[in-house]
Design a binder for this molecule. Structure first.
Ligand code: NAD
Ligand code: UD1
Length: 336
């Protein structure tokens, strides 16, 4: 039996495929390559010395999905495929709802028609909205999100919960990621954003390599230790290993479970800038700008449930994340 990884050519997906293959799992990857290059899977093969079975298919392509499930013996789907650019989702809401919601509904329907009822879903800490208490536990309750991308995660969590409630043969694990950064130690795979990055770490690495002049720090008047926004940055390899643990868990017929995947450590924008500077010996020029709309002051996890129930905890620290992000950027100045 195999694991189907949708969006497996992307940033988190490619790292997860490496860890699954290293753990001896059989893996099938589906991706429409909208935000990925086939090169990432070649690099996965180089890292692992194993061949990756790949379907270039869209999750909205019902026939493509039916053919895949007919050809392969899939036990569990790890579902990464989706659009994820927060800002873009504000002016392209239809595209986000169509890709993420219609796509996932099509995938679920094809799965159940082929008797596949185990899903691990990529959710986000964004579903908590502006948290009332930190660190955030899974039972904190969902909040108001501020953009269509976030609503797709919020709604898909609800949809998967309702699917499970209606048919208890399903096993669903919702993984709420905090802020994934870093890259594989080899420097062969990593985050490869299109255009000017929206997220902090890829922006920093592009300043470091000289593609961008300086970092804009969005606000220094938040109620945090240095006034800049605090987040829970997690190494993408730790996140990938979290999925291997979730695969072990789902085999126990878990029903419906939710896990935070974070480090539990809050790091501010300026903390990250300074950590990057000292880890890599490079100065990152920055200017303070206005707050970015929709940002919260502080967001970090209580990840003790994942430790207790999955036997998982993050092992890489901020220095590792800074070094590994920079290694990938240096080795791949123009991306894949
Ligand atoms: P990514 O864009 O690198 O990976 C997503 C992959 O899905 C891409 O390879 C893309 O080509 C593919 N894809 C998109 N739409 C598809 C479709 N309709 N059919 C088939 N393939 C499709 O993003 P990522 O950072 O690896 O994120 C993976 C998942 O984790 C996403 O669902 C994302 O929303 C979620 N997530 C990411 C973060 C983050 O900070 N990176 C945080 C929380 C949650
Ligand atoms: C954002 C999304 C979140 C998504 C996550 C991963 C919002 C409101 N949230 O999280 O839904 O899951 O990305 O894709 O957009 N910052 C700067 N300058 C920059 C970029 C960022 O100061 O150029 C600051 C931000 O204000 C924030 C921190 O860095 O305080 C982290 O930002 P980012 O990497 O974009 O992640 P989030 O905003 O936490």
């Amino acid at each position: 039996m195999s694991i189907l990884v949708t969006g497996g050519a992307g940033f988190i997906g490619s790292h997860t495929v490496v860890e699954l293959l290293n753990a001896g799992e059989d893996v099938v990857v589906l991706d429409n390559l909208y935000n990925a290059s086939p090169e990432s899977l070649k690099r996965v093969e180089e890292i692992t010395g194993k061949t990756v079975k790949f379907y270039e298919t869209d999750i909205r392509d019902r026939k493509g999905l039916d053919d895949l499930f007919a050809n392969e013996k899939i036990e569990t789907v790890i579902h990464f495929a989706g659009l994820k650019a927060v800002g873009e989702s504000v002016y392209k809401p239809w595209e986000y709802y169509d890709n993420n919601i219609t796509g996932t509904l099509t995938l679920i329907d094809s799965m159940r028609n082929h008797g596949v009822k185990n899903m691990i879903f990529s959710s986000s800490a964004t579903v908590y909205g502006d948290p009332k208490v930190v660190p955030i536990t899974e039972d904190a309750g969902k909040g108001n999100v501020t953009n269509p991308y976030g609503w797709t995660k919020w709604m898909l969590e609800q949809i998967l919960t309702d699917i499970y409630n209606a048919d208890k043969e399903w096993n669903v694990i919702l993984l709420r990621y905090f802020n994934p950064i870093g890259a594989h130690k080899s420097g062969l795979i990593g985050e490869n954003p299109n255009g000017v990055p929206n997220n902090l770490m890829p922006y920093i690495t592009q300043v470091a390599i000289g593609k961008l002049k300086e970092l804009g720090v969005f606000g220094d008047d938040y109620p945090t230790h240095d006034g800049t926004g605090v987040r829970d940055y997690i190494h993408v390899v730790d996140l990938a290993v979290g999925h291997v643990k979730a695969i072990e868990k789902i085999k126990e017929n878990v029903g419906l479970e939710i896990y935070n995947l974070g480090t539990g450590v809050g790091v501010s924008v300026l903390d990250l800038v300074h950590a990057f500077e000292s880890a890599n010996g490079i100065k990152i020029p920055y200017v303070i700008k206005a707050r970015r709309e929709g940002d919260v002051a502080t967001c970090y996890s209580d990840a003790s449930k994942a430790k207790r129930e999955l036997g998982w905890e993050a092992k890489y620290n901020i220095e590792d994340m800074c070094k590994d992000s920079w290694r990938f950027q240096q080795k791949n100045p123009e991306g894949y």
